[in-house]
Design a protein around this ligand. Structure first.
Ligand SMILES: [Zn+2]
Length: 283
């Protein structure tokens, strides 16, 4: 398909609205395909290096990365594969990496983690969505990309997803859910591979993961991180508001973006984002 509106930097990029988030199904399926990750029954309380939040989490950063990498291909398959437009993918990579270059400077509360971020433009031209897997795998669908009006808005989408990664939101939600203990796997559980679960247990994991969503505060936190990253990388953080307006329009047209079912209403996010923008120095 064509991307008539795509240009770069100040350029339009063709596509854009809100960022949908993690596909729980994919995360669940990761567990199946994955080689042994140990989930400890007792969670650790640690200070998030990027947000300062005290988090009760089970997965180490290296496990987050392995989970994301192990699930990446299935996520891509579920959304029609990688988008064939290599130039558009290159724009997504370029904008994503511009943001990544600044992300570790935001680690004001601990050592930066150096997540190996990787950005994927998916061929799916129906589901308006973007999402992040733990550890740095980030995705945006063509349906969303095609609505974005400029590169700054793309940075807004990707920055929000980076926020979910460094905020460790998947890790936190999975740890909170008691996911593995609830299916009777005991104090320590090895998932996938030779130590894999039976079909019934896999179904239980899928159900649990599907019922897990990021909290509202996770979404606002990702918006805050995204705005600050945009600013640090030289993008206009006000353009994130344009992304939310695109989402609202999509909802009004009856084409309910997936993101709207998984995120707070755009009006509430706009109000929060305006508060963050007011705190940023003038560009
Ligand atoms: Zn989100």
């Amino acid at each position: 398909m064509s991307y008539p509106r795509r240009t770069v930097r100040g350029r339009r990029v063709g596509g854009g609205s809100r960022m949908g988030c993690t596909s729980r199904l994919v995360i669940a399926l990761i567990f199946v395909a994955f080689g042994a990750i140990k989930f400890l029954a007792s969670t650790d309380v640690v200070t998030n290096a990027y947000t300062g939040e005290q988090q009760r989490i089970q997965l180490k950063p290296s496990d987050e990365v392995r989970l994301g990498l192990a699930s990446k291909d299935r996520m891509i398959q579920q959304h029609g594969g990688q988008h064939p437009d290599a130039k558009a993918q290159a724009i997504v990579d370029e904008v994503g990496q511009k943001l990544v270059a600044h992300v570790n400077r935001m680690a004001r509360y601990g050592e930066p983690i150096n997540y190996p971020f990787d950005f994927h433009l998916l061929a799916d031209d129906r589901m308006i969505n973007a999402f992040a897997l733990p550890g740095g795998q980030i995705f945006i669908t063509a349906a969303l990309y095609n609505q974005l009006e400029n590169e700054d808005q793309l940075a807004g989408v990707l920055g929000h997803e980076i926020g979910h990664v460094v905020g460790k939101h998947s890790n936190e939600q999975m740890s909170k859910s008691g996911l593995l203990r609830s299916i009777g796997m005991g104090a320590a559980v090895a998932v996938g591979g030779d130590a894999g679960m039976g079909g019934q247990q896999v179904g239980a994991v899928v159900n649990q993961v599907l019922s897990t969503r990021y909290g509202r505060e996770d979404e606002y936190e990702s918006d805050r991180i995204g705005c600050r990253l945009m600013y640090a990388a030289g993008y206009n953080p006000r353009e994130i508001l344009g992304v939310l307006h695109i989402l609202k329009r999509a909802a009004g047209s009856g084409r309910q973006p997936e993101m709207l079912s998984t995120h707070p209403h755009p009006d509430n996010r706009i109000a929060e984002i305006k508060r963050v923008l007011a705190q940023l120095p003038k560009q």
